[in-house]
Each structure stands twice: as C-alpha cells, then as structure tokens.
Design a protein around this ligand. Sequence first.
Ligand SMILES: NC(=O)c1ccc[n+]([C@@H]2O[C@H](COP(=O)([O-])OP(=O)(O)OC[C@H]3O[C@@H](n4cnc5c(N)ncnc54)[C@H](OP(=O)(O)O)[C@@H]3O)[C@@H](O)[C@H]2O)c1
Length: 260
Amino acid sequence: MDVHIVGLGNLGSAFLNGLKDLDVNIYLYDDSNEVRQSIQKNYSITPEKSLTAIRDGVLLLCIKPQNINEFFHTHKDKIEKDVLICTPVAGLEIRTIETNLDNNILRIMPNLLIRDKTGFIPYASNYEGDYLNFIKNILENLGTVKEVEESMFPIITALSGSGPAWYYELSNQLVNSGTELGLSLDDSELIIKELVKALPALVDEDETFKDLVNKVKSPGGTTEAGLNSLNNDSFDTIILDAIRKATQKSTEISKELTNE
Ligand SMILES: NC(=O)c1ccc[n+]([C@@H]2O[C@H](COP(=O)([O-])OP(=O)(O)OC[C@H]3O[C@@H](n4cnc5c(N)ncnc54)[C@H](OP(=O)(O)O)[C@@H]3O)[C@@H](O)[C@H]2O)c1
C-alpha cells in the first residue's frame, strides 16, 4: 500500500516513525526545507516539497487547520477518487472535506504516542467497512483503534489529541514545585521523569483512576494532605475549564473551516 504523508511536523513525523517498519511504501511532502532536511537525515527518505498527482493508496493529511483550505484549493484536482483521505486535522469535519473531494474519508484523532505504536486512535468515516484494510493493516499497528460518533470529536480532541500536553504540563508544575521547595532542577526533573515512566505499569484495565488515587493515599498521610489542598483550590474546576476551552477551540476551528 502507498501512504502519502503531507506535513512532517510533530504529528506527521510521529506517523512516519510508527509506519517505518510496516509493509507500506511511504511518500513524504513538507513545505519546509528545514523539516525536509531533518527527515532526510533521520530516516533516509527524501521528502518532496509538495504533493504531485496521486492515483491510489492513502493520503495522510498532517498539516495545520489554517493551511487546509489553501491545500484543497491547490491540490484537489491532483487527488484521484480511489485515494483514501485520512485526516487528523483538529476541527476538520468530514462534510467540509466532502465539499472539496468525492473520496472515502477517514477522520482520526491520534496523539503523538503513535510514534511508538502506543497511541489511541478514535475514528469516524463516510464509508462502510475497512476501505483498503487501512484500519486493520496500518492503524491497528500504531495503537488502540475505536470507532466513535463524529460529533464527539471536539471533546476527544481535547482529551486525547491534546492529552499528552496535560500530563506534561502537570509534570512541569511538579518539577517547579520541587525546585521551589529546595531540590535542584536536575534532581526534580529526574524524579518526575522516573515517576512518569513507571506509571503505566500501575494502570490496570479493571481499576478506575479514583481507585488508583485511593491506593496511594493513606488516612492522615502526606498524599491526603496534598489532595485536600487540591480540592480546596478547586483542582476539578481548573481541569474542567481547560478541557472545556480546548473543546470549544476545536468547535471554533470547525466553524472557521466551514465558513459558518
Ligand atoms: N501535534 C499533535 O500532537 C497533534 C495531535 C492530533 C492532531 N494533530 C493535528 O495534526 C496536524 C499537524 O499538527 P502538527 O503539530 O504536526 O503541526 P506542525 O508541527 O506545524 O507540522 C505541519 C507541517 O506541515 C507543513 N505544511 C503545511 N502546509 C503544507 C502543504 N500544503 N504541503 C506540505 N507541507 C505542508 C508545515 O510546513 P510550514 O511550517 O513551512 O508551513 C509543517 O512542517 C494539525 O492539524 C493538528 O490539528 C496534531
């Protein structure tokens, strides 16, 4: 199968890394000379500057929402009907792509963990079944795949697409607290990095995160003191507000892309 990745920034290069050992022919495109050179150096594949005609296979669109309308305007006539359009672009709805192309469309919302084949990939499509076996043969190799209602994409984008950033920012704030209270930056970073690397081993399918919190905390102990402080400072509201803002942003981008 031919897979054409357009846009090799954070997500496009994560896809490339995840796909490089699979049985696919990879074709790469990026506007940026610097990005093309870096990909050439790290993967020994030479990307093109922009897409030329493609007749079949998969077009994996990994460019920013603000570049989408220009992309369709310039390239839609080069994309034949048999090509599967697969897009992780935040806010880009299937119906918006359908105004430009009469193709099978697979909308996905992965996160950067696909790089190491541990991603979560929710998807919605405008066709029945698994066209080109792309889901089974490719996506399922990059992480856990699940079909969802397209109307759920804004909240899924906020929770999963942006998901790594919430944990990294929490970790960043923990590191800052460590240094504020006397640890060196190196020691504080080391402690939190080791912690984050070890956490997945404790995540159990049968236990909720609330259960896991309860396992760490003991009555009258240090963890409970910190958790009470988080509660008093409305940690739940802070997180809910952040996820709500990210969800709204996704909806706003959709409206901009459909010119509503
Ligand atoms: N990053 C994530 O974790 C994540 C997660 C889920 C979904 N997404 C979605 O994935 C998309 C890409 O995000 P990103 O973080 O990877 O962005 P990025 O790092 O900015 O990468 C986009 C790349 O595409 C290039 N580009 C733009 N227009 C092009 C065109 N017409 N032809 C070829 N290359 C083009 C850009 O080059 P120039 O800079 O020169 O324009 C840039 O190198 C976004 O739509 C985002 O919503 C990202």
